[in-house]
Ligand binder design. Structure first.
Ligand SMILES: *Cc1c(COP(=O)(O)O)cnc(C)c1O
Length: 401
């Protein structure tokens, strides 16, 4: 987090002092995303990836249009999970060849839109295959299909599990052989497989193991494929540290695993590209959420800082976006980094609910109304993953700096 220049007298985003940026934005609360940090993170991932492994950006982590436009030329493709995100990716100039569309519950009309666009459909059910075949027929344009597999193993250590056991995501691995053997062809072009076992994983060894097991599964299933495999997407889910004691992900075991997996894949399926799709890892650490202190109250000895932002903009920081145990995101008071007087405070938002808690009993410099509070690690699953309409407070702005 020293990338945010915490040690300077004032916090900065890009090279703009945060207090000045707040004046430029004209309101609090807002999210600020740092272009240079995003570019540096993507460059570091590319450096680490074995040559030839494709890097995709999963838009749902942060679909701000300017940010998507900024990232688009830095990655090899975009993964979308709705027609809204599909539009964003296309508007940003992503080529249809490089876009994958995943997600359960794709409606008939959405599947048809995706076929018309010509993007790769990551198919999550037998029904989707049927609807795609009809859409291909109706449009006179074939549908590009990869099967998203719900693996027959579970990934330990992920913050959110999205594969293994009974899941609404993907097609159970054991159902795939029959599906492939009865592949009718009618307008469906088989391109490959997709496995996404889970999000926010900080255990590199577990991610590496999952890559090996996912590839073994894919190669097993590929023996029934109606055409050579052209793409194998083994998901993202690389985590970032949020809480005390959490460490930055060690990429070495992951890149070793990717190199081995890629070599195996090249041997067994020479036409196949290997894809990793990352959301949080590319953008999560490059964003901060900024709110202003409205009030400082003492209730029976406990100090509360009431700020103008909260869970309606930043559900994750309130602990209500998939966390099992509520823990505090890193926070700071922008103008008081050198203030020697500290106190234990709880930072709460303006919503009439005890869930609107941004930081629970943290040590912060003594702050006053008017000060800016910043929540770090806020570049992913922030603004669009929060219930902005809840309680009718103003929505937040987002800026890319
Ligand atoms: C959410 C999602 C991602 C991105 O996950 P991160 O944990 O942000 O890397 C990738 N692929 C699919 C299919 C997803 O649903």
């Amino acid at each position: 987090m020293d990338r945010f220049n915490r040690l300077a007298d004032e916090l900065q985003v890009g090279s703009v002092a945060l207090a000045l940026l707040a004046e430029r934005v004209g309101q609090t609360p807002f999210y600020a995303y740092d272009r240079a940090l995003i570019a540096a993170r993507i460059a570091a991932v590319r450096q680490a990836l074995p040559p030839g492994v494709c890097l995709h950006y999963a838009l749902k982590a942060n679909p701000m249009p300017a940010l998507v436009g900024f990232i688009r030329p830095l990655v090899d493709g975009m993964d979308v999970a709705s027609v809204g995100e599909l539009k964003l990716a296309l508007d940003a100039g992503a080529s249809v060849q490089s876009i994958g569309f995943a997600g359960p519950g794709k409606r008939d009309a959405e599947l048809r839109q995706a076929v018309a666009a010509g993007v790769l459909l990551q198919v999550e059910s037998e029904r989707e295959l049927r609807v795609l075949a009809q859409a291909a027929q109706a449009l006179g344009q074939s549908a590009r299909v990869a099967l998203r597999i719900n693996p027959d193993f579970e990934l330990r250590g992920a913050g959110m599990h999205m594969g293994g056991g009974a899941k609404p995501f993907g097609i159970d691995a054991e159902q795939v052989p029959m599906l492939l053997r009865s592949w009718a062809g009618d307008g469906l072009v088989f391109e490959g497989f997709h496995v996404f076992p889970g999000s926010q994983n900080l255990r590199a060894g577990v991610i590496a193991e999952s890559l090996h097991r996912s590839l073994a599964l894919v190669l097993r299933l590929a023996s029934d494929a109606p055409a050579p495999v052209r793409q194998v997407n083994l998901g993202g889910g690389w985590g970032i540290p949020y809480f005390p004691g959490e460490k930055t992900l060690d990429l070495a075991p992951i890149t070793d695993a990717l190199a081995q997996v890629q070599a195996q894949l090249a041997q067994a399926q020479p036409a196949a590209r290997l894809v990793v799709e990352l959301g949080r890892y590319l953008v999560g650490e490059a964003g901060m959420y900024v709110a202003r202190v409205i009030d400082r109250k003492v209730s029976r000895g406990q100090v509360f800082l009431v700020v103008d932002g909260g869970m309606h903009h930043h559900l994750a920081a309130s602990g209500n976006f998939g966390q099992v145990i509520r823990r505090n995101y890193p926070v700071a008071i922008v103008q008081r980094l050198r203030t020697p007087q500290h106190e234990t405070v709880s930072v709460v938002g303006p919503l009439c609910t005890p869930l609107d808690l941004l930081a629970d009993r943290v040590d912060l410099p003594v702050a006053q109304p008017g000060d800016l509070l910043v929540v770090f690690q806020s570049g992913a699953y922030g603004a669009t993953a929060s219930p902005q309409a809840f309680l009718g407070h103003p929505s937040c702005l987002e800026v890319l700096v």
